[in-house]
Design a protein around this ligand. Sequence first.
Ligand SMILES: *Cc1c(COP(=O)(O)O)cnc(C)c1O
Length: 381
Amino acid sequence: MAAANDSRKRAMPEFSIPMSSAELDESDYQAVMGVLRSGRLALGGQALEFERQMAAYVGVRHAISVSSGTAALHLLVRALGIGAGDEVIVPSFTFAASANAILYERATPVFCEIEPQTYNLDPDDVRRRITPRTKAIMAVDVFGHPADWDALQDIAERYGLALIDDCCEALGAEYRGRKVGSFGAAGAFAFYPNKQMTTGEGGMIVTDDARIAALCRALRNQGRGQMSAWLEHEHLGYNYRLDEMSAALGVTQLARIETFLAKRAAVAQMYTERLAGLDMLRTPLVQPHAQMSWFVYVVTLAEGLDRDVVIARMEQEGIPARGYFFPTHLQPYIRQMLGYRGGELPLTEGIARRTLALPFHNNLMAAQVEQVAACLARAAQ
Ligand SMILES: *Cc1c(COP(=O)(O)O)cnc(C)c1O
């Protein structure tokens, strides 16, 4: 299980083409240096400015900066009052943080299947998994493709469920002309360096709901209310604040987000054109109503090919590739906690065995795309 998520702890060999790469320029360096010179490193104006710009970009009333995407999801679960005995329907085909945020509050993640085209959660399967204990649905816009928001909002309304958007992979993606993060009760973004834009570590909650916004602001700041004295705590809170250097980087990165997304779309198109003719794989599918925000470029290998052999062959040629995602319900700690043994989500498990993420970043050049594609074609023979 050489899952993509292992990359953070596993020492990877040095490849000439990296799996991902943040785009940083002089404006980023200047912004961070400016904060350092100012001496105000926390709880300052940069975080407020980053929040203001992010709310405007997504098209919501409130944005609350936090220390990671995982922290954003955790606070949303808390703010929605989800706890022990509650069930939250969530796809298994996602990063572990989605389900973890539910488990932190002792609620139960109920894993659902995905659509075979987009790999986003399947609304029909979501409906089938609703029980009297279901409290919320956590949708994920996987790889930057928006989930089926019309169908999900319909279900949430009909059954009186809260709807959370894990849009950590989809900043700037649109569903029928409306940006992800603006659907459901609230959304969570993440800014780890492999995301579309980065703050190093960092995240953002976005919502139109003033109550959720106020509660999340308090919870990220050790439970202090807006009006509280510094040592007065209304709630059991956390230190999930975003520091000023990271927030300043967020402001300069967000100023260039449209350029970043356009560059990523161009790289994705080069891959798709180059790989289109190969019958040993299928390229990503974008629905007509969707505006994709490319997070990663993931191909699906044909049945019968051994994905791990393909990866090993590519790595031998100096090209990295990753299996992406490993199903959450089969992670060792989830098996132990919830008793999954494999076979419970056949569609997810079948797809997850065949998906392969290729090197992908803003500035991947045509010659490199060609090099990766040729290597993949040889490795998948
Ligand atoms: C990146 C990501 C997160 C959060 O990541 P952090 O590393 O905590 O910022 C959450 N969910 C998904 C689907 C992600 O891809």
